[in-house]
Design a protein around this ligand. Sequence first.
Ligand code: OGA
Ligand code: NI
Length: 365
Amino acid sequence: MAPVKTLKYLAQEKTLESSFIRDVSERPKVAYNNFSNEIPIISLAGIDDVDGLRIETCNKIVEACENWGIFQIVDHGVDQKLISEMTRLAKGFFDLPPEEKLRFDLSGGKKGGFIVSSHLQGEPVRDWREMMIYFSYPIKQRDYSRWPNKPEGWKEVTEQYSEKLMSLSCKLLEVLSEAMGLEKEALTKACVDMDQKLVINNYPKCPQPDLTLGLKRHTDPGTITLLLQDQVGGLQATRDNGKTWITVKPIEGAFVVNIGDHGHYLSNGRFKNADHQAVVNSNYSRLSIATFQNPAPDATVYPLKIRDGEKSVMEEPITFAEMYRRKMSKDLEIARMKKLGKEEKELRNLEKAKLEPKPLNEILA
Ligand code: OGA
Ligand code: NI
């Protein structure tokens, strides 16, 4: 088998390898550094202050979930030192020589590890990213052999980071549960035993960033996602089905929060599962750390509350595993149709070229 080429290696080429080139309709419309202030930035400073700022802060969060499904939080209480340590270690991991990273190669059905450019099996176009994935909750499922052991200190720092982000996520889910008129723990309870998965995304410099995406348009499958990004920029969101995109402005030490499909279904569509993507650029490599809070695989997915006059957005209760399976097969189907569409277009162009009368000099040539 040919050795796996890391993206850093491919980034040295002048042109983009064709497996990364996206259809014109999917290519970036807005630059990685054309920042927008449109998505809300919410300070959590007074969130525990029941007689003070809590109500106001909660209203802001709920409104952001209803309008966008994506927003940024500052003053969230996670120690900035811990955040910078986590970032330093993540950068350090991607700077390791390829053979060190490939020791954690995820192929072969392993749970967690390193992947050079994710692509769903059968997907025709690849994303311009490398990632390191590992599972942090439930604790009994932690497999430390799949966690990097370099750079030094990884395990300790990551454990702390995971714990802090788990409690921050639960705090946000409490706010959303209350907004639905339910008890505080309703959303976390609906997750049964909440899973947490960390994905460290590394988007190397790209020779032709206008032709590709770091991560194609998607919604996250889980309940809620907290993303830490560096100052480069590249995360984009749309709320009009891809017609217009905004680039989320990086804020030092902030988390970008977004609602996933599970959160969307449980709220009966009230909270948006934000459509988002990541674009790349030729000037800088970019790092982001996504913390996905997901329900247990056998947790039931169905609206927790259906408001008067509303219909359920789901036909029947299903498990999260089933919801995920359906999502993946739908994504694959769309990708396949796109590929077929592309091939058909190419075929038609070929036929057309055959039918068009050729200029005399070509026939004689
Ligand atoms: C993700 C994601 C965006 C980014 O990992 O699901 O949306 O900017 N990442 O890395
Ligand atoms: Ni995402």
